[in-house]
Design a protein around this ligand. Structure first.
Ligand code: B12
Length: 503
């Protein structure tokens, strides 16, 4: 069977003139996951339109398209194209799950929910000639699943090819999040068996790993075991958690020991009432400074996510938020305009109040005001959103935020990381066009790993004599600040580890 798998891109990502690095970060993991259920003798082509053109001249037997909301229009155009050529077109993913009837106008079979159980069921039916129009992924498990077909991913096209998930969903129920509608009808938070997760991690080449899990810290016990087992692996990793889960010092220490260097945190808003309005009860404004300080102490960079446009937000929200983020020394911030995705409680509420302004899905990219805000105009909301990005990523602001860090290495790492993402877009464009992204991976690893973690690892050369002879020298600043210094031997890496406990 000839199978063509496509992740369509929204218009901006396909521009021949400019390629934002954002679209060359992660490979299409969802499709690689589905490809693993096909037969070894099936001929599979996996196309990510964010980084390569779609081959419109092909005559595949089966076309598999993953549909995100912003690329829905493009996905439907591609579906119509291949259907006209006689292919059986399958549409699935987040947007199809929200609006299966819309997708069914363009696909032969549409799929709602996660693919792991319904996709093999469909493949059996399809090969037997009795494929249905609609499948729902009802059984929720990550146990005994085949590993994603990473061999189909063109690694050279991505800065971060080693993306993975060891869990699905999240225990929270925030009104704006896709989760409750996507996982409706079954479990909405579940994890991969630990040994299978570790096997997948150890198969990934290089050092850097990016966990795409919605909240990697959500299952405390699971996360503890995962981080403990990852300790000897020599990984440098990034991931996402909630403010509340990252306040757990024991868990955070384990995460840092296993290679955590940057954490995505959904702060959303600096206003508690705004959080409650969105049913986000697990975060509290009073914890924000604390969690940032805990991460900074451990040398972990923060990627803070903020949402503008709750009913509490007026025109002053943008400046207040960016000033706070800069004053906290946050390295990178992602701003979003509140977006009522179809299927969410937020959408239902906005629709009931008659506040939805457009159903042009291309505009649901968190950069457009697609609803009527309560305390400003849609134009003010959009202008404020862009102003927030400009303010946060101005050089003086980057330097001010960097100067919050003590020492020399911390501020330098801040400037390299923050400036690297947002100030060097034309350079990234040049790197992508010349096919040099893979060469930037070690640079990313070095920047991530250059922080002053609480553990100072002495290289093997000096470690060996110290192990048998004298303990590592006392670090004066530690005693001066009333801290404690403990040294221990790490035989796996041949290092002396120095653990510093702040009083
Ligand atoms: C990585 C990521 C990105 C990456 C790249 C995406 C990629 N290469 O796949 C980047 C950074 C480019 C990105 C950008 C954006 N993203 Co994004 N992203 C994600 C993230 C964190 C992980 C996606 C992922 O790989 N999941 C893992 C795989 C295994 O799961 P999956 O893709 O869902 O696939 C499974 C099922 O959906 C299903 N399935 C999928 N397709 C099909 C097809 C068939 C036929 C079948 C049977 C099953 C099936 O089976 C798969 C296995 O279970 C998600 C959050 C999340 N947890 O999913 C947000 C998410 C998908 N992004 C989102 C958004 C809004 C955006 C942006 C618009 C944001 C912005 N302002 O920039 C842009 C635009 C994207 C675009 N091109 O249109 C939303 C989508 C909302 C929606 N309703 O569509 C999400 C859910 C985040 C959120 N919480 O709101 N994103």
């Amino acid at each position: 069977m000839n199978v063509l798998m496509i992740l369509p891109a929204l218009a901006e990502a396909g521009s021949p003139h400019f390629r934002p690095i954002k679209y060359s970060l992660f490979p299409p993991l969802g499709l690689a996951t589905l490809a693993a259920y096909l037969d070894p003798d099936d001929e599979i082509e996996l196309i990510d339109e964010h980084v390569e053109p779609v081959p419109l001249d092909r005559q595949p037997d089966l076309v598999v398209i993953e549909v995100y909301i912003t690329a829905a229009r493009r996905a439907y155009a591609l579906a119509d194209h291949y259907r006209a050529k006689g292919a059986h077109v399958c549409l699935g993913g987040l947007h199809v799950t929200s609006l299966p009837a819309e997708a069914a106008r363009h696909g032969d079979t549409v799929f709602a929910g996660p693919g792991e159980e319904m996709w093999p069921r469909f493949l059996r039916d399809f090969r037997a000639g009795c494929a249905r129009r609609l499948y729902r992924g009802e059984e929720r498990t990550l146990a005994d699943q085949p590993s994603p077909r990473r061999d189909l991913i063109k690694r050279g096209n991505y800065l971060v090819p080693n993306s993975l998930l060891v869990s699905r969903g999240c225990p929270g129920h925030c009104d704006f999040c896709y989760k409750d509608s996507f996982y409706a009808g079954g479990r909405s938070y579940y994890v991969q068996p630990l040994d299978e997760a570790l096997a997948e991690i150890s198969r990934l080449p290089g050092r850097h790993v990016f966990f795409l899990d919605d909240n990697l810290f959500a299952g405390r016990r699971y996360a503890m075991d995962l981080f403990t087992a990852m300790r000897g692996m020599g990984r440098v990793w990034q991931g996402a958690a909630t403010v509340q889960s990252a306040l757990d010092a024991g868990l955070l220490d384990r995460a840092v020991d296993s290679g955590l260097r940057s954490l995505f945190l959904g702060f959303e808003t600096l206003d508690d009432a705004g959080l409650r309005e969105q049913n986000k009860f697990h975060s509290r404004r009073q914890d924000y400074e604390k969690v940032i300080a805990m991460l900074r102490e451990r040398g972990v960079m923060v990627n803070a996510s903020f949402v503008f446009g709750t009913d509490r937000d007026g025109p002053d929200v943008f400046r207040r938020t960016t000033d706070w983020a800069i004053s906290q020394g946050i390295e990178t911030a992602t701003f979003h305009i509140l977006t009522p995705y179809p299927g969410t409680r937020l959408h239902a509420r906005m629709a009931a109040q008659g506040r939805i302004l457009t159903r042009e899905w291309d505009l649901y990219d968190t950069r457009h005001a697609v609803f009527q805000p309560a305390r400003m105009t849609p134009e003010q909301l959009e202008a404020g959103y862009w102003a927030a990005y400009r303010q946060f990523y101005r050089w003086p602001a980057i330097i001010r935020a960097a100067s919050v860090k003590p020492g020399i290495i911390g501020p330098l790492r801040h400037i390299a990381y923050s400036g690297g993402w947002k100030k060097l877009e034309p350079l990234w464009d040049w790197i992508i066009r010349r096919g040099l992204l893979a060469r930037m991976r070690p640079v990313l690893e070095r920047v991530l790993d250059s922080g002053e973690q609480n553990q100072i690892s002495l290289p093997r050369r000096t470690a060996q004599p110290l192990l048998s002879a004298v303990p590592p020298p006392a670090i004066p600043a530690v005693a001066a600040q009333g801290g404690e210094q403990h040294s221990m031997c790490d035989p796996v890496h041949g290092l002396v580890r120095v653990r510093i406990r702040h009083k």
